[in-house]
Design a protein around this ligand. Structure first.
Ligand code: SF4
Length: 245
């Protein structure tokens, strides 16, 4: 099976290009084409034919398919259900503000945290999303806006608040953040990305060291330890008093 192009951050892409003796300028061209312009066709612009052939032969450029779309008539919120290659489905939401959008991304199929108030938690964790499935939600939602609400394809904030505990799928979420932040692509500001967590301490430690600057939102639900244990069972293992240093 071919590797997804959308699993590569910029430095991974540079490594692939160097290892295969392709022209090093292809990295910036490809990131610009796929993430800034968000083109769906193959990039043939300002790139050598051998590089085009190499990427066509060795990488998969498919993205999660839009299964259903629900548009709210009241507030113009758009809810997408995406179908993944293994038929699992995940939800993504576009939330409008002043003709711009925030996007709420999923990071896992299901969730292991089992919060008592959450339907996703009741399903248990099915699997982690790959980086390509995370950035794919963003690209597909952007393309949907370009087609259905032309002129409004401006997604300025990214929040990891959909299905899953993002810090429990740290590697894929971190790489997705690196792709969103890359100046060669979407170039989203670091302060415009927020990771929401139920308090998964191993991921919190990595966040503070590996993607500093990306915002963190802790879902508190209750300041009282006992109540929090009831609502968010992970709190029994990782109580709020444990400091992520
Ligand atoms: S961490 Fe989020 S997705 Fe997971 S069970 Fe809790 S509320 Fe649901």
């Amino acid at each position: 099976m071919k590797q997804s192009f959308y699993d590569l951050n910029y430095s991974d892409l540079e490594t692939v290009i160097n290892q295969n003796n392709l022209n090093h300028s292809a990295a910036a061209v490809l990131f610009n084409w796929h993430y800034k312009k968000k083109e769906s066709a193959q990039c043939v612009d300002k790139i050598a034919k051998c590089s085009v052939a190499f990427f066509e032969n060795n990488f998969d450029f498919s993205l999660p398919e839009i299964d259903t779309v629900h548009e709210s008539k009241n507030d113009r919120t758009v809810k997408f259900l995406f179908k993944l290659k293994d038929d699992h489905k995940i939800e993504t939401v576009l939330i409008p503000f002043h003709n711009k959008y925030s996007i709420c991304l999923s990071s896992q199929v299901g969730c292991a945290m089992n919060c008592s108030f959450c339907f996703t938690g009741k399903q248990g964790l099915k699997r982690n999303l790959t980086t390509s499935e995370i950035v794919g939600q963003f690209i597909q939602a952007w393309r949907w806006l370009a087609t259905n609400r032309p002129g409004e394809e401006r997604i300025l904030n990214i929040v990891f608040m959909g299905q899953g505990e993002p810090l429990h799928n740290f590697d894929a979420v971190k790489k997705a953040c690196e792709i969103f932040l890359s100046k060669h692509g979407t170039s989203i500001g670091v302060q415009k990305i927020t990771i929401s967590t139920a308090g998964y301490i191993p991921g919190l430690k990595r966040w503070s060291q590996e993607i500093p600057g990306v915002n963190l939102a802790l879902s508190l639900h209750s300041p009282f330890e006992e109540k929090r244990n009831e609502l968010i069972p992970i709190n029994k293992k990782y109580p709020l008093g444990v400091c992520p240093t």
